[in-house]
Design a binder for this molecule. Structure first.
Ligand SMILES: C[S@@+](CC[C@H](N)C(=O)[O-])C[C@H]1O[C@@H](n2cnc3c(N)ncnc32)[C@H](O)[C@@H]1O
Length: 211
């Protein structure tokens, strides 16, 4: 098991993910009949929010089996499955919309992120919708200190380790636009999110349409 996968399995029953999902923006582009995939769905809270709004064609995948187990306990009506983390086990153009919230942050290398976004693009129908939300670089002393501390080890300003064992990344907006270059931008909003460790961080949500 990869170290990051081991980390998410270990914390699956204790973490709450507070990154807000902009459902009002989402429903501007995605309708209830559409087929939706949540990649790195955690314990399924976003899909349950959609379920409560009447969406039914919902699938979630996560490489941490313990996240899936928690999700199925909390929301037995959801279709949640474990994946390997290396690929997305679906046919090309199978989904109308894909959600990716707080997942880039724990896949810190450019190459890994590019592969993930390209796999998501493969699964989307023509003009399919991507909802992406994640963290941006912060400028407070605590963050600046840890970005500088780990800059040489990981070769990227914005990557840092948590004492509890995770390696995470905060991004520049330019990096996010480069990653999503094969999508037409529908909306992009910068915001501040609460984090799973009780702090606040700059963040964004982005909606794009597959080119
Ligand atoms: C910060 S949590 C967010 C969970 C969920 N998206 C939410 O917002 O509630 C990140 C999740 O992504 C999962 N994850 C990270 N990288 C993944 C990958 N490459 N494939 C599948 N799951 C992944 C982790 O196991 C974890 O459950």
């Amino acid at each position: 098991m990869k170290p990051q996968e081991e980390y998410w399995n270990r914390v699956a029953d204790e973490k709450e993910f507070p990154t807000s999902f902009q459902i009002n923006e989402f429903v501007n582009f995605v309708t209830k009949d559409m087929k939706i995939l949540d990649v790195g769905c955690g314990y399924g809270r976003t899909l349950d929010e959609l379920y409560n709004q009447g969406f039914r064609n919902l699938t979630g995948i996560d490489y941490a089996q313990n996240m899936i187990n928690r999700g199925l306990r909390l929301y037995p009506h959801l279709n949640l499955k474990k994946n390997s983390g290396d690929d997305l086990p679906f046919a090309s153009k199978e989904f109308d919309a894909v959600i990716l919230i707080g997942v880039l942050t724990s896949n810190v290398e450019d190459k890994t992120q590019e592969k993930l976004i390209s796999e998501i693009r493969r699964l989307l129908k023509d003009k399919g919708i991507l909802y992406l939300a994640d963290f941006l670089i912060n400028t407070d002393e605590r963050n600046k200190h840890r970005y500088s501390k780990y800059k040489n080890k990981y070769g990227i300003y914005g990557v840092f380790e948590l004492p509890e064992g995770a390696v995470l990344r905060h991004h520049t907006p330019e990096h996010i636009f480069k990653l999503t270059k094969d999508f037409y931008e529908l909306s992009y909003q910068e915001t501040v999110y609460n984090t799973m460790n009780g702090h606040q961080s700059n963040g964004f949500y982005y909606m794009g349409k597959r080119k």
